[in-house]
Design a protein around this ligand. Sequence first.
Ligand code: ADP
Ligand code: ASP
Ligand code: MG
Length: 432
Amino acid sequence: MGIVVQKYGGSSLADADAIKRVARRIVEVKKSGHDVVVAVSAMGDTTDDLYDLANGVSPLPPAREMDMLLTAGERISMALVAMAISDLGYTARSFTGSQAGVITDSVHGKAKIIDITPGRITQAIGEGHIVIVAGFQGVSADTKEITTLGRGGTDTTAVALAAALEADVCEIYTDVDGVFTADPRIVPSARKLDKVSYEEMLELAACGAKILHLRCVEYGRRYGIPIHVRSSFSQLEGTWVVNDPRAHPSLSGPTEEDTMEQPIIAGVAHDRSEAKITVVGVPDKVGEAARIFEALADAQINLDMIVQNVSAAATSLTDISFTLPRTDGQVAMTALARIQAEVGYDKLLYDDKIGKVSLIGAGMRSHPGITSKFFAALASAGVNIGMISTSEIRISVVVDENAVDDAVRATHTAFDLDADEVEAVVYGGTGR
Ligand code: ADP
Ligand code: ASP
Ligand code: MG
């Protein structure tokens, strides 16, 4: 029997009863003969509460100390889950990310895993223990400091552990029954996907569907780890994220549905975590954009959409707008202000009352008319489009923050994604 890696999110560990329920689930897997390694998130909204606490103490807390603070959340969970398991007559060993050998780069708040050295985990497994690892954290190879992987990062811890331990599967337990065609909190008629490709899941995650952390999907694809997203509150089969959704061995043979064409659209994602910065009056000459984006790259900022207007003939000045994580807004504004004289732009505008809505599907590559149908749906819902970007399998628009829900629902309906009967259950969590 192989190793099973599981991950339990915060909503599955909200209180003492929830922790005992999770411990019983973990023990069931151990009883069936598997070795079990579990990555845990902080309880409930602990991470948000710790953020609020830090901001109450300091408007711009040092990134190193923020990581020290946030990693405490997962540490609480790991010890409590291990205690609950021992109460059931099994032994568990909990490890911090650093103890578990999660080695990262040194970027606080959004560190990337560069290696896993799971010596202590394999030793504990060899001694017959269940292993519990604090998610979302690691230790920097260079600075030896404690780091965090970014919001939702426990998903990535779990899949990285599954890859390092050569596990057969990584199960992600959460508060909904799987990956749906839209966030069930906004679209109650959303449909559960039985299977979804890494490719589509990458786009969904990148576009804000926080059901899975983006880097966890990247990891799964790179190492060929099937990810099973399911609810810790039910026994239902969830969604399999796999390479070729038609050829997954654990799913019994090709069904009639599999031999038909895949649906054109996998789902609609939305994101309320971005902001827009506009650099107004940039001289339209070679090298200016490079200088602006160099300053942002040096500040370690990941950009999303970028739009440059055609310069006005009379002035030879242009505007450059881009979106970025809201949490990076202040750092980006400071980095750009520093190069104002050098670049010679006029001013900066900052807007964080925006949202992004994206339509995703591998089938849209070969189907014309998707864009027009999307935009018509937005228009009929009275939603104005601010920015547009596309990839081969995605169309995204920036809209007013307050229009996001309407835009998602209208798009979901326009592409016939609504289920006939409501099947989406939200079992827990606050959606924060
Ligand atoms: P956890 O605490 O288990 O990590 P998260 O809150 O991070 O849970 O992610 C689960 C939530 O993701 C769901 O409760 C749901 O509101 C949201 N979500 C967003 N998009 C989707 C989607 N396409 N399918 C399912 N859930 C989604
Ligand atoms: N506790 C962290 C967060 O809330 C990590 C996680 O839950 O995956 O973002
Ligand atoms: Mg999550």
